[in-house]
Design a protein around this ligand. Structure first.
Ligand code: CA
Length: 343
């Protein structure tokens, strides 16, 4: 069993090289809606997901954390502080560090919260993270469960005839384990329940934790009897220096289908339009048979790296100069339009 599993990546790698050649010829690169159409509506609300769907995203992302009563909810942080009114509604429920952890609340309590555009507190006042985005505290939004979101996307697939995928991320698995919760097994069980059981199904399961990725790949998926594509996220290069060394991607390919690196790991932000400094990451990942889906591409004022002339140029340099297979963006409409217009 073990030897068989270890041989799979090289075969998968070969198939991927063949598949990517075909897909690229049809501009088959993918757009992943990061937290939904989060450039326009509060992140991880069902409204933001429906908008991303309507904009033509190929995959829609869910960040997942667990409640006290073991329900999976779609929330970026393990705390409710930044995107809900938890501090007003449950003022005495913060931990000693001042934060309101989702894992300390039952789903019925989280259902009472209003979700908003993300904010930070400046001198006790809520300030928007991005001034141009959806106004704070307006309209009415809630924190969805993972099941509700899958049902939304599958329901839209049914009513539109499209086949949009899901792209769930297991948030801070070590934190969940320390709190006595095996979030990965819960996520895999939910995927199985909704029919995401094989590599050709439209799901990528992502995490920053390589230790967890190994557990999912070697134990949880085989025990559940399913085999889906896993993505290793990469942020701080010091977290796993070996991944950036020659051969690192081959080791990773024993467990992952692809990588999701922060985009500065692909194109150095100190690049200029005339001197683009592209790292070896995409080349090495592709050589190991891994797909590359960098994050996060934002069209807000002030977010464009100096080496790009426009948001479209930023996409061009990643999709076609660096050669990535897909990317996470808060503005899925712009990436979809870019790919459709590109000859
Ligand atoms: Ca994420």
């Amino acid at each position: 069993m073990r030897a068989f599993r270890l041989r799979l990546p090289s075969l998968a790698g070969l198939l991927f090289v063949l598949a990517s050649a075909t897909v690229s010829a049809q501009t088959g690169r993918i757009v992943i809606a990061h937290r939904g159409a989060s450039g326009y509506l509060p992140e991880h609300t069902l409204a933001a997901k429906a908008m991303a769907y309507a904009m033509g995203a190929h995959y829609i992302e869910q960040d997942l954390v667990m409640t006290r009563d073991d329900r999976l909810i779609v929330l970026h942080d393990i705390t409710l502080d930044r995107t809900t009114d938890v501090a007003q509604r449950f003022p005495d429920r913060a931990r000693a560090d001042g934060h309101f952890y989702a894992i300390d609340f039952d789903l019925a309590e989280i259902r009472q919260l209003q979700a908003t555009e993300g904010f930070r507190l400046v001198d006790g006042e809520r300030g928007s993270g991005y001034a141009n985005r959806f106004p704070l505290g307006q309209s009415s939004f809630t924190v969805p469960t993972f099941a509700e979101e899958i049902e939304l996307i599958q329901g839209l697939n049914h009513s539109t005839g499209r086949d949009v995928g899901i792209y769930p991320e297991i948030k801070q698995p070590e934190f969940h384990r320390a709190e006595g919760k095996d979030i990965s097994s819960a996520v895999v069980a939910m995927l199985r329940r909704y029919g995401y059981t094989a590599r050709e199904h439209k799901v990528f399961l992502q995490t920053f934790s390589f230790a967890e990725l190994e557990i999912i790949s070697s134990e949880i998926l085989p025990e559940a009897g399913i085999d889906i594509r896993l993505i290793q996220l990469l942020g701080d290069p010091d977290a796993y220096p070996w991944m950036f060394e020659a051969g690192g991607m081959n080791i990773l390919a024993e467990h992952a289908h692809g990588i999701g690196p922060a985009h500065p790991l692909i194109i150095d932000p100190a690049s200029t339009p005339d001197a683009l400094r592209i790292s070896q990451l995409v080349e090495r990942a592709h050589a190991a048979g891994l797909a590359v889906h960098p994050y996060t591409f934002r069209a807000d004022p002030g977010q464009l790296p100096a080496y790009a002339d426009s948001f479209a140029d930023l996409l061009e340099k990643h999709y076609f100069t660096a050669g990535v297979d897909g990317l996470f963006t808060d503005f899925p409409d712009l990436a979809v339009q870019f790919l459709r217009a590109r000859p």
